[in-house]
Design a protein around this ligand. Structure first.
Ligand SMILES: [Fe+2]
Ligand SMILES: [Fe+2]
Length: 272
C-alpha cells in the first residue's frame, strides 16, 4: 500500500530554482542500496535513469551497498554501479558491508580515497565508522585526530565529511543506540573545523539538523524495502554554488524538495 502524503503536493519540480547555470558543483548522495535481499531492482533502474539525467559531478554512496557483505552481492553491486555515467563515484562501507568478513571484500571491490579535492573550492573527506560484525559505528580517537588535522588544511574550502553511521539521532528511528559511539568528539571536531556539511546514511530516514553553519544531512535508503518514517525511497542532491550548499531531497520516481522542508513540515506520515 502506498501511503498518501499531502506534503508532496505542495512542491512542483518546475518551482525549484534552476541553479545549473551558476552551479560550481552537483553532488548526489545515495545511501543504503542493500544489494541482496530486500533490494528493489525497479527503484534502482529509476534511480540510475534520474541520476544519469542529472549528470552530477560526483556520486557519494554512504554505505550499506550490500545487505550481507557476501561475494555475490559485491559482484552484483559492482555491475549495478557501472550503470551510472558519472565521472566519480566515492563509496564508504556500512555495517552491512562488513558482515561475514565482507570488510575484506569491500577494499577489493570499492577502493576509495579518504580525501577528495573535488575542485578548487570543495573538499569531501570520508570517515570509516563500520567495524567488523558490529552494528554500531565508531570514528575512534586516532581517526578523529586525523580528521581535525586534515580539515585544518582546507580552511577556505567548502568542507564535506561523509560517514555511514548517523552522527546525531533522528526522529522515527526508535530507541537508538547506534549513532557513532564517540559522536560527541566527532561533533566537536567538525564544528571546530568549520565543516559545512556532514553526510550520513544508516537509518534509512532522510533528515537534516542544522547547527549554525553546520548541517548534518541523513539520507534515506535509495533502493531497499526497509524505508523508515518516510515511506519512500530517496536520495539527496547537493548543489554547491558560490561556496554555499543547498541540499534537496529527491524521491526515487517522485518529487524533489529542499530537505529542510521535511523538517519544517514534519508529520508522521502514517497519520496522514
Ligand atoms: Fe542500511
Ligand atoms: Fe547501516
Amino acid at each position: 500500500m502506498k501511503l498518501k502524503c499531502s506534503l508532496y503536493d505542495f512542491y512542483r519540480d518546475d518551482l525549484i530554482p534552476n541553479l545549473k547555470n551558476n552551479t560550481q558543483m552537483q553532488i548526489v548522495q545515495i545511501s543504503d542500496l542493500h544489494v541482496g535481499s530486500q533490494f528493489l531492482q525497479e527503484k534502482f533502474d529509476i534511480l540510475v535513469d534520474e541520476v544519469n539525467k542529472l549528470n552530477p559531478d560526483v556520486i557519494i554512496i554512504t554505505g550499506d551497498l550490500t545487505n550481507e557483505g557476501l561475494m555475490k552481492e559485491y559482484e552484483q553491486c559492482t555491475s549495478f554501479l557501472r550503470k551510472f555515467n558519472t565521472k566519480k563515484i566515492i563509496t564508504i562501507s556500512g555495517n552491512h558491508d562488513y558482515r561475514n568478513t565482507g570488510y575484506l571484500l569491500f577494499k577489493k571491490f570499492f577502493p576509495f580515497e579518504t580525501v577528495n579535492e573535488l575542485s578548487d573550492d570543495v573538499v569531501l573527506v570520508t570517515v570509516g565508522t563500520a567495524r567488523p560484525d558490529r552494528n554500531e559505528g565508531e570514528v575512534g580517537y586516532r581517526q578523529n585526530l586525523w580528521l581535525e588535522r586534515t580539515m585544518k588544511k582546507y580552511k577556505d574550502k567548502v568542507k564535506i565529511v561523509a560517514m555511514h553511521h548517523h552522527l546525531i539521532a533522528i526522529p522515527d528511528t526508535g530507541s537508538d543506540q547506534l549513532t557513532v559511539v564517540d559522536a560527541g568528539d566527532v561533533l566537536r571536531t567538525v564544528l571546530n573545523s568549520k565543516v559545512d556539511v556532514v553526510l550520513c546514511g544508516h537509518k534509512h530516514r532522510p533528515w537534516a539538523w542544522t547547527f549554525g553553519a553546520l548541517t548534518v544531512v541523513n539520507a534515506g535508503t535509495a533502493t531497499s524495502e526497509r524505508v523508515r518514517g518516510f515511506f519512500e525511497n530517496t536520495y539527496n542532491i547537493l548543489t554547491i554554488a558560490n561556496k554555499t550548499v543547498q541540499v534537496d531531497l529527491k524521491i526515487v520516481g517522485g518529487k524533489r524538495l529542499p530537505i529542510e522542508d521535511i523538517v519544517n513540515n514534519y508529520s508522521q506520515f502514517g497519520d496522514v
